[in-house]
Structure formats: C-alpha cells, structure tokens
Write a protein that binds this ligand. Sequence first.
Ligand SMILES: Cc1ncc(COP(=O)(O)O)c(C=O)c1O
Length: 478
Amino acid sequence: MSSTLIAPPALVRRAEQHDTQAIQALDSAHFMHPFTSHGDLAGMGARVITRADNIYVWDSEGAKILDAMSGLWCVNAGYGRKELADAAYQQMMTLPFYNSFFNTTNVPAVQLATKLASLAPKVGGRSFEHVFFSSSGSESNDTNVRMVRRYWDLLGQPQRKVIISRHNAYHGSTMAGASLGGMSGMHAQGDLPIPNITHIEQPHFWDHALPGENAADFGLRAARWLEEKILEVGADKVAAFIAEPVQGAGGVIIPPATYWPEIQRIVDRYGILLISDEVICAFGRLGHWFAYEKFGYRPDLITFAKGVTSGYIPLGGVMVGDRVAKVLIEQGGEFNHGYTYSGHPVACAVALANLELMERENLPGHVKEDIGPYLADRFAELNDHPLVGAAETCGFVAGLVIAKNKATREMFDPALGVGMICRGHCFKNGLIMRAVGDRMIIAPPLVMTREQIDEMMGLIRLCLDATLDDLRVAGELG
Ligand SMILES: Cc1ncc(COP(=O)(O)O)c(C=O)c1O
C-alpha cells in the first residue's frame, strides 16, 4: 500500500470559477448519489451547486436558480443565515462532541429538548415533554418502530406488532423507514417491507375519488380504509398507524378536511398509537410549529428532522407523547437503543439558533397569515392553465397535476414523462421544482416575500407554457 497522500484535486480555480467538467468526472468516478441512476448521470454530468443565499442557489457555471424546494424540503430559514454558522462555530470551539449514553448529557441537547417541548402544543390533555434525538428522519422512524414495540411489550401486549402506513407515503430510506413508506419502487429492491408493516391507500382525491364524490365524503371514506385494515389484521395485533400530515415526497397530497378527525376517531376506538411524521410539515411549513395543530389531531409520537436546523446540519428526532413516555420511563428500565450522534451538541446548538431565528422572524406566522394565503391565491390562478388538472396548496407546500383532460381526470401516457419534460424546462429557466410522476411540487423557503412568490409564479407559468408547446408540437393535444 502506498504511503503517499493524495491531495484533493484543485477543482475551484477561484471563487465563482469552477472546473465543472473535472468536478463531474470525479463525481461520476467516486460519489455514489442517493436515488440516482449512475448510468444516466455519467452521460449527462451532475449539476454542481456551489453556493446559496436567501432563496437562490448558484451552479458551477454561474447560473442563479430560484430554489422552490428549499434544498430538500428543509432550508426553512433560507440560505446564508450567519447566526446558524456562528452557533456551530461557537459550539465546536466549546464542545464539538460528547455522547449522551452512560448517564451523560450536554447543555445544547438539554436546551433544545426543553425548547421543543415548549413548542409542541398540548392537545386533548396530551403533551410532549420528552424528545429522543437522532440525525435524520429515517433514523427517527426506526426509533418509532422500536419505541412502539417496546411500549406494547411493557403493557403486556407483545402481539401488537403491526404498524399500518399508506401507499405512496415516504418515511425514509433505512430498512424500517423504507418499509413504513409506501413507495413501490423502494419495496421492489431488497425484499421490503419488513414483516408486520402493512399499507392502506392514500387520501388522494384526484386519483381515488369516485365520479361525483365530493371532497368531504371522500375524506371520510379514505380514513375508513384504516378501520377496514385494522379489522382485517385483527384489532389486538395493531400497534400503530403512521402518516404524514400532508404527504410530501408522494407528490404533496393534501387530505380533505374530514380525513384527520375520522382517523383520530378510529385510532381512539381501537386504542392504537398514532405517529405523525412531520419531517416536512413541522417548523412553520404549514404555518404552525407542528402540523398536528393545524389538523387538530392528537399524535402519540412525532417524527421531525429537516426544518429543525433548516438543513444546516443533520438532526432529527421523535417527540414522545406522555402516553408513551410514561410507560417507557416508569416501567421500561434501560431502552436498548440510541445513536452515537443522539443529542449531538453542535447539531442541537444550530437547531436552537434556528428556532430562535424562526421565532424572532415569526416564520410560522408569516406562512399562516401572509405568504401562505398569498401563495394559495397565486397558485389557484394556475387552474386556468390548459395543462393543469388541479393546483392546490397547504401552508407553504403546493402541488399541481398536469393532466390531458381536467374534466375526465385523464392523464398523459406515462411513457411521455410529462413531469420530467416540465422539470427540464424548470432547470433551463432557473427554477427548482420537483416532478413526482406528472405532479409538479414546491416547498419554498419560508422567508419568501410576496415579490419573490410573484417571481416564482412567473417562472412556473413559463415552464408550463413551454411544456404545453412541446406537447402541441408532439401532437399530444390533438
Ligand atoms: C415525511 C418524511 N419522513 C422521513 C423522511 C426521511 O428523512 P431523512 O432523509 O432525513 O432520513 C423524509 C425525507 O424526505 C420525509 O419526507
């Protein structure tokens, strides 16, 4: 083995001048990306993002791009927030790491747990006084599976193992996370889901409503799929139901208003635990610190990650409701579960600085009172566009479906990849918008102004028009 150290190649000639091709070649040679076909990537070369500020990112060719996806649903406070960098620096110089195993703790982790407990509203006499930390949403959902099983074991009901989730849900990419999720493409690789996880259909009005059915009736019918599944599995075998308040990665699927109250009735009736996966929806995204408040349901466990640090550093966790915490703490003894980085002091310090910033700037209120309603109005205007089947928002997430015929809900041939055509136009026109099949979705930073929403809406319309032109030229619109 050679003892020569290989210096990293000089890929940045000076600020703002990158050797894109060299970066792409090394990227292709060495970096295995998540959710990426490397065969395809090698042919086209990855887009190299080099810097960011506010709601914009820049690539290695100097192009300025409006990031309507907040990185990956996480940069809630926007890019370039110096106080978050300062918090990380200060904490690294004070205590860069110490574990929280073996009866040990650290100050930022204690402060953050206290802060999170104060931000989670009490509902129906339930409160969230305890937090278990991880480094991601996926890990947090693994923690949920461990906690739920431990809870029922401690209560003398070890047969309660089954967790019910929903098709097209996203709960992460670890074995448990991907199993809880309902992504068929993920299940197809690696024998997933793992045992004792089963799925019901999602409350997706566009896909599943019956002809003539209104949203309220559909919401009730969709919630009752949970009751049917509980009875099919056997009520005494069901441990928990997990769901995103609004499905994110599945395509911003916003449930009708009747859905969550009916879900609450059902979980109460059968006594099963309710896990609210708020990795996307918490920390202002829906205009509240936590999304269950918006919909008025009462979870037992809440998964969080992403927005807690605005994505500046990895941190996730589970808010543990008192129903579960009491049993684990008073009857459980040692819980044989944890991560090296549970309660990482630097991540917790950055999260604290981020939450302070969000509080100071009232970002949840800004979404709820100002930019959320404004985005809703502007997004609704897209319903006039010939390609848009339905356009809807919830807080500061939004989705539209590209349809061939709105009235009959006819979609384009999937082989055309209309969503990808539209996404291609977004790339070319300096807009990051995500395609999920033929749904186009956004989750912009919560610091956006009304003027920036106007700028984004102009770009979205431009890209839809360009997609329409392509479809006309291809003879797809008759
Ligand atoms: C709802 C939800 N849960 C869990 C996860 C997984 O989080 P992570 O990628 O941090 O593991 C995600 C990621 O997008 C998510 O959207």
